[in-house]
Ligand binder design. Structure first.
Ligand SMILES: Nc1ncnc2c1ncn2[C@@H]1O[C@H](COP(=O)(O)OP(=O)(O)O)[C@@H](O)[C@H]1O
Ligand SMILES: N[C@@H](CC(=O)OP(=O)(O)O)C(=O)O
Length: 576
């Protein structure tokens, strides 16, 4: 016999409330005559959302189901000696993540605050990265500390820069210096510790860079409070962001979702204030030390919070008008891509587009929460909307991504045709050595593959490791190691791969570029071409011109397809 009743929140267009999570109520607590409001209150209290400690003798909190929308609405009634109000608290609605460039100065912080408050209908969770180049400067300061001696730490230029930037920002925003003074002191102490030990371990690196996000969020929350927008700062490692202990590139563990939801929801219901959360940081589940999620990891913090709270939308605010058709640093005529699927965005990020963290699409896809990439310098621009599916009928190529400095291996079996188990042996060697493989093309007796040069942002695949891979593979195959290659990924509608390949190869042939490997993965959104590093950027420009500027259906052979950076036709360097 059933002993419990499952309650699952419903998504509505008005409130954005969606699958908060499932809660099981003991049947004994549910009467046949229970109204929806009774049920809502029961659910809320069983989920730990009700503050059971009243603030005063006449303080009441109530939960209601809105008749109009059918959504669970939170209403707060407070009546005691000091205050009396009855207000709709509402649900938190979205995540707004602001990257380093969006909060690089006091001026930028003021603009961002204004931007947030210009959406009065939103009740956002804010995720912030460190100010501007702070993370890079902290890493440099750490490296310098290793060799400079304790007495010279205070002279490290980067330390001076970080102190000056943060104190100036605090002063210009008119908030109290005390909110970051302890952090600044501790940061300098840590650098002295590094100087004393003469080593900078990945664990210490993570602790060191965490000061960036810890300070930016404290400054911004203080500023919001100063201008009358109630805000509360959170360090992600204190509110349930539990990760693996892979310092500098940690993975978020499942336990994070309920823990973060409980903390942020609970605090919001008890005392609604805009949460301002540190991006990029977590807490190692074994070590309990501060970890980081890999460079650009604040995007992942944002999507994790979006999934944990089941919010309506995740917004990542950058310094570009959305995800662009290629890296604007390679080709300034890159244009915003209006729509992407999670799959396309994940491939794009994985294959090197700096604009999104490679793992950040996973929580959004799992929670089916739309991600909007917007420009904090140009909020009116529509940006890019990333969702589960989109109309692909017109889609050909969406974006071109370049990953440089890739190592390629050609592996040819020394055995005869018809041998089985060759692929398995090759891949078990990579597994044993803990090295990830990016792009693969195979025949029965040979494999060509590329190795991720940085094991996804964490550490360089050092020459010693490469030598070791080759040594192991040479036991079963003839191995040719080719360095300084690039992967050009064509993200788009692979259902139209013949058209894409026809045009792409036409461009490459016209420019004398020899493609050294090609792979069309099972993802159906990505075709990868491997070329020499020295030719790669020119190829991207020429491909961009052909696919996005000349119109995809125009005759590919009629004019030159090669372009210089400013767009004028120029020949590409010869491939060798
Ligand atoms: N395909 C692309 N679309 C948009 N931006 C890209 C792309 N490839 C590279 N970028 C670079 O990514 C930058 C934005 O990412 P990032 O610096 O991580 O932003 P933030 O620090 O604001 O989160 C842009 O300024 C741009 O130079
Ligand atoms: N501050 C970290 C985390 C981050 O996400 O930064 P940004 O949002 O500025 O890319 C970094 O520089 O990697």
């Amino acid at each position: 016999m059933a002993r419990s009743l499952q309650f699952t929140g419903v998504r509505t267009p008005h409130t954005g409330f969606r699958r908060y999570s499932s809660h099981f109520l003991p049947l004994s607590s549910v009467k046949l005559s229970s109204t929806l409001s009774d049920l809502a209150a029961l659910v809320a209290s069983s989920a730990g959302l009700l503050n059971r400690r009243p603030e005063g003798p006449r303080t009441r909190r109530a939960f209601k189901i809105s008749c109009e929308t059918g959504a669970l609405a939170f209403r707060e009634k407070v009546e005691n000696e000091s205050q009396s109000f009855d207000r709709n608290v509402g649900q938190l609605t979205c995540v707004m993540k602001f990257g380093g460039s969006s909060v690089a100065s006091a001026e930028r912080m003021k603009e961002v605050a204004e931007l947030i408050l210009s959406f009065p209908e939103e009740r956002p969770v804010l995720v912030l990265s460190a100010m501007g180049k702070t993370t890079n400067k902290l890493l440099l300061a750490g490296e310098k500390a290793v060799g400079c001696g304790v007495s010279h730490v205070s002279e490290i230029d980067e330390l001076g820069f970080i102190k000056e930037l943060h104190l100036r920002t605090v002063d210009e925003l008119g908030v109290d210096r005390s909110i970051i003074s302890e952090h600044l002191e501790e940061m300098e102490q840590l650098l002295k510790g590094i100087a004393m030990m003469k080593e900078l371990t990945p664990r210490t690196k993570d602790y060191l860079v965490s000061f960036g996000e810890c300070m930016s969020t404290r400054i911004f929350a203080a500023y919001l409070n100063k201008i009358g927008a109630n805000a509360r700062q959170y360090d992600a490692f204190d509110i349930g962001f539990i990760t693996t202990d892979d310092f500098t590139n940690a993975d978020i563990l499942e336990a994070t979702y309920p823990a973060v939801a409980k903390r942020l929801h609970g605090d919001w219901i008890n005392d609604p204030a805009i949460p301002v959360v540190t991006g990029f940081l977590g807490k190692g589940w074994k070590s309990c030390a501060v970890t980081t999620l890999g460079r650009g990891g604040s995007d992942l913090t944002a999507t994790t919070i979006g999934k944990a709270l089941g919010l309506r939308e995740i917004q990542v605010w950058k310094d570009v008008d959305g995800v662009l058709t290629c890296d604007p640093n390679i080709y300034p005529r890159a244009e915003p891509v209006p729509y992407l699927t999670f799959e396309e965005a994940a491939e794009l990020a994985y294959f090197g587009a700096q604009v999104l963290h490679p793992q950040s699409m996973r929580p959004a896809r799992e929670g089916d929460i739309p991600v909007r990439v917007k420009n904090s310098y140009n909020p009116k621009a529509p940006g890019t909307l990333i969702t589960k599916s989109r109309d692909m009928s017109e889609a050909v190529l969406t974006s071109i991504v370049l990953k440089r400095n890739v190592t390629m291996l050609d592996i040819v079996s020394t055995r005869m045709l018809g041998q089985f188990g060759f692929l398995a042996k090759v891949f078990s060697i990579f597994e044993d050595l803990g090295i990830s493989v990016d792009v693969v093309a195979t025949s029965e007796v040979s494999i060509s593959l590329t190795l991720d040069p940085s094991k996804l942002w964490s550490r360089e695949l050092i020459q010693q490791e490469l030598d070791h891979v080759v040594e192991e593979l040479e036991k079963i195959a003839v191995v040719n190691l080719l360095q300084h290659r690039s992967i050009i990924s064509l993200i788009g509608n692979v259902q139209r791969s013949s058209l894409i390949l026809e045009k792409a190869f036409n461009v490459l042939r016209t420019n004398g570029v020899n493609v050294q490997m090609i792979s069309q993965g099972a993802s159906k959104v990505n075709i990868s071409l491997i070329v020499n590093d020295s030719e790669a950027e020119q190829c991207v420009r020429a491909l961009h011109y052909t696919f996005f500027e000349r119109g995809v259906l125009s005759d590919v052979s009629s004019t030159s397809n090669s372009l210089s950076e400013n767009g004028s036709p120029t020949p590409l360097p010869d491939a060798n």
